[in-house]
Design a binder for this molecule. Structure first.
Ligand code: ADP
Ligand code: ADP
Length: 199
């Protein structure tokens, strides 16, 4: 069961400085339950690839099929370098925000999120504000916010790079475990080999 199918993808940017070939004939398949990590130096095209998968950017040529069985972009969840938590909302209210936006905030789903917060070490912080949490805990809250909408497929863009080195090692391992435990399919891009060690 393929969640993502990319065939012969090319992306060339045109600007006043001339042309930049950001992606050169990329092909990639990701199957359900896989956690795939792409590692490469800054400027190698990682953000370009994620933007195309997310539907934010149109490739110059090539094919891309996301979640063929149900091609709703709502089934894709994102986690970025910055956790983008709202400082004026509690952790609980932050983790419910995606559900509010998608109009899926049922009692049952609230309970699902409460359980995620309990399972992943945030039970004592539900009523706290983001500034009261460590960087690692904030990233965990951001992941729970993403998991709350039950996405089939997660895109992670250098999700740990804002953390200090020790926290990065701990939290990258934790988040790898969470994704596996929840049976998620994920594509992570990073320039940092230490972030890639989480599987
Ligand atoms: P990464 O995420 O791996 O750092 P990017 O996808 O951001 O790589 O960039 C790949 C290449 O495309 C780089 O050479 C970058 O300078 C170039 N690039 C990215 N975005 C643009 C843009 N909007 N216009 C022109 N060139 C771009
Ligand atoms: P992580 O690496 O997951 O971010 P830390 O090493 O920062 O976790 O924190 C370990 C534990 O210390 C947390 O699970 C939490 O119980 C406690 N803790 C961390 N930050 C705070 C805080 N700002 N206030 C109270 N307890 C905290």
């Amino acid at each position: 069961d393929k969640v993502l199918e990319i065939k012969n993808l090319n992306m060339t940017y045109h600007s006043l400085d001339g042309e930049t070939k950001a992606l050169d004939n990329i092909s990639l398949d990701i199957y359900r339950g896989e956690i795939v990590v792409l590692v490469g130096p800054s400027g190698c095209g990682k953000s370009t690839l994620l933007s195309i998968i997310a539907g934010l950017l149109t490739p110059s040529s090539g094919n891309i099929i996301v979640n063929k069985s149900n091609d709703s972009i709502n089934d894709t969840g994102y986690m970025f370098q910055k956790d983008n938590l709202f400082e004026w909302r509690t952790i609980r209210d932050n983790t419910l925000i995606g559900l509010e936006i998608q109009n899926k905030l049922t009692e049952k789903r609230k309970e699902f999120v409460e359980n995620l917060l309990d399972t992943y070490g945030l039970s004592d912080f539900k009523d706290s504000y983001p500034s009261q949490l460590s960087g690692g805990m904030r990233q965990r809250a951001a992941l729970i916010r993403t998991l709350a909408t039950k996405p089939d497929f997660l895109l992670l863009d250098e999700p740990f790079s804002a953390l200090d080195y020790q926290t990065r090692l701990v939290i990258s391992d934790e988040i790898g475990q969470i994704l596996k435990k929840e049976g998620k399919t994920a594509l992570m891009v990073t320039h940092d080999i230490a972030e890639a060690m989480f599987t």
